[in-house]
Design a protein around this ligand. Structure first.
Ligand code: TRP
Ligand code: SF4
Length: 329
């Protein structure tokens, strides 16, 4: 039976354990969408090679950690299809076929391409694979004929290229691919414990897999309004990253209370942090409970992926047949 729902697909590179920024920025949306769409979520481990080809020894471990984070947070294999990119060679075949019709200047002008090369200047990213990153991404998307792709703004150029490639293919051969639409969800960037953007590379992240004492300790030592030195100094919540957490995790009454009492030094930072720590623990607790189940039964994770790969493979092979037919190859 063909699903009446629109098809959604998204992927994440396996870059290690997921943090709260990833949860609020992407995963929470995926979890919401899995009810309303025929959703496919996959770990993009080939994409990880594009920047990490020289050091691959952690990739498998990261794939596993990411799957456990997804499943613990609420990605439900009963509702969506979960798989690993590298188990489906069909993606690679479509990548090759699309590469034949991709003008190199389309790839070179991609702003994400230029930015990444700048950002990772210590690595040699002059590779063919890195340039072709968005072609592989296009293959990931088009092979499922996805209608919508939830992504962050940084991925918009890739989505644009995907649509251009779909059009070019359809014009050259035969209409096979729908043009996928990005689904942008603006989420405020979550700050890390040092007040900068939460990021694995800044060492300021709170991970979904951090045990409760670690979460509490990270909050206890988190930076506050730097001008508030003594307990008796009034503070300014507007410049305090702890307050930004209150706005996300605390009830509105508590947010209002902190907002006034900080400014008059009626509340101290220790108590203020304790309040938000309790809320964060409350939010993470169900994830920790779920995690225990998956960590204890790695076979269950494998079953999810095996089933997901089987289901995704059927769709992918069907599309690939149409592609070969259209290209007469
Ligand atoms: N490039 C995406 C990222 O880094 C990961 C990705 C690979 C992806 N293939 C995809 C996302 C297909 C959406 C659809 O976040
Ligand atoms: Fe920040 Fe809370 Fe301290 Fe105010 S009381 S400076 S909001 S931690």
């Amino acid at each position: 039976m063909k699903s009446q729902k629109k098809r959604m697909l998204s992927g994440m590179q396996p870059s290690g354990r997921l943090h709260l920024g990833n949860l609020l920025g992407a995963l929470d949306n995926w979890i919401k969408y899995q009810r309303d769409y025929d959703a496919y979520f996959f770990v993009a481990d080939w994409h990880a090679l594009s920047t990490n080809y020289a050091d691959t020894h952690k990739i498998r471990e990261y794939v596993q950690e990411m799957l456990i984070d997804w499943l613990s947070a609420g990605i439900d294999p009963e509702k969506c299809t979960v798989f690993i990119q590298s188990r489906l060679p069909e993606h690679a075949v479509l990548h090759l076929l699309l590469s034949m019709i991709t003008p190199v200047p389309w790839l070179e002008r991609n702003p994400t391409y230029k930015e990444k090369i700048e950002e990772l200047r210590e690595r040699d990213l002059t590779t063919y694979g890195f340039l072709g990153y968005p072609v592989l991404q296009s293959a990931d998307i088009l092979i499922y004929k996805a209608d919508v792709v939830p992504v962050g703004v940084d991925q918009l150029p890739h989505l644009e290229l995907t649509r251009e490639l779909a059009r070019r293919f359809n014009n050259l051969y035969k209409t096979v691919f729908p043009e996928p639409q990005p689904l942008l969800t603006e989420v405020p960037k979550l700050l890390g414990t040092d007040g900068r953007k939460m990021s694995k590379s800044y060492n300021n992240a709170i991970y979904l897999s951090d045990p409760e004492p670690v979460v509490r300790e990270k909050l206890r030592t988190m930076v506050t309004d730097p001008a508030r030195i003594r307990r008796t100094d009034p503070g300014n919540p507007d410049v305090c990253p702890v307050f930004s957490y209150h706005k996300i995790f605390s009830e509105i009454g508590v947010v209002d209370r902190v907002n006034t009492e900080c400014r008059t030094a009626a509340i101290g930072c220790i108590d203020c942090k304790k309040l938000v720590a309790d809320r964060m623990v409350h939010r993470l607790d169900p994830i920790w409970k779920e995690r225990e189940k998956w960590v204890k039964h790695p076979k269950k994770v494998e079953t999810v992926v095996t089933e997901g790969t089987k289901k995704a493979g059927q769709v992918a092979r069907q599309t690939l047949d149409e592609v070969r037919e259209a290209m007469k190859i």
